[in-house]
Design a binder for this molecule. Sequence first.
Ligand code: NCD
Ligand code: ZN
Length: 347
Amino acid sequence: MTQELILRRPDDWHLHLRDGAMLQGVLPETARHFARAIIMPNLVPPVVTLAQAEAYRGRILAALPKGAAFEPLMTLYLTEGSDPADVAAAAASGLVKAVKLYPAGATTNSHSGVRNLDNVMPVLEKMAEIGLPLCTHGEVTTAEVDIFDREAVFIDTVLDPLRRRLPDLRIVMEHITTEEGVAYARAGGANLGATITTHHLIINRNHILVGGIKPHYYCLPVAKREKHRLALRAAATSGEGSFFLGTDSAPHVDALKEHACGCAGCFTATNTMALLAHVFEEDGALDKLEAFASLNGPAFYGLPVNETRMRLVKHELPQTFPEKILTEAGPVTVFDPGFPVHWHVEP
Ligand code: NCD
Ligand code: ZN
């Protein structure tokens, strides 16, 4: 028996589109299903200024397939040289919806990120004043801190002190991966939100490491133990307004994933919505998928919800997804959940 689910068209509140040939290759995968996405600014060089964000937005719009209705919501990459006046102008332009904090060294292309928060306080104060959200990559980078503890230590030593110092600053904890992240976001009130990826609802660290190393499951923050995955599942499927979808779909060509020093990132743009329907159904929460994917994000960002709808159908037979997206930059492997998926997005 087929089953059907109709949702408001979803948005992706954390997405990597890259640039050039990769952008051209991966953008259709997102634009097919999502109305809007918060576009991460970690290009080389990073998108720091309003002028750079406007130019990047133009390249995204130019790469859209004909007839696609997709709105890129731009972000600025916070550096210790970022100018509060430029950030304020970016917010006033309406094109830039957030600023992204990468602790220097935390992840892909984060070397221009922030070493000392004191050096960006004037920008953060301006953002608190005008209500422009800060998206945080919430991991400390100190060598002594174990990679599996970096999110929890960030919350205690960076995020919580920052929120006490600037209670009016609106913050999104991006791609949370731990029960500590869930608990902190849940208790944070109206100025705090958290995105959760599709892949962190599906894999734990065993999937990366047991039975041979699986480079396509390696991303940052790295997947944690099973109890954390279960906490993320409970949060995402709760429908609570603090939690919304940010796929963190992060394409890298296979040659750089299947490498002695493989890049971090899972590419889920192609099958995210079908996977989420599977996950939410498994947890008896199909009725909460719309809140997670289509309602809670716009509410946090103060944007209208989408008026068009998406139709998902559960088929008798498992559905097939492309194993790879072939871009002019090289093939990009699509995230494999490791189980059959019967849901499919239908026109
Ligand atoms: C992202 C990337 O490749 O840009 N990688 C990842 O593993 N998530 C960066 C990021 O969001 O950390
Ligand atoms: Zn990311």
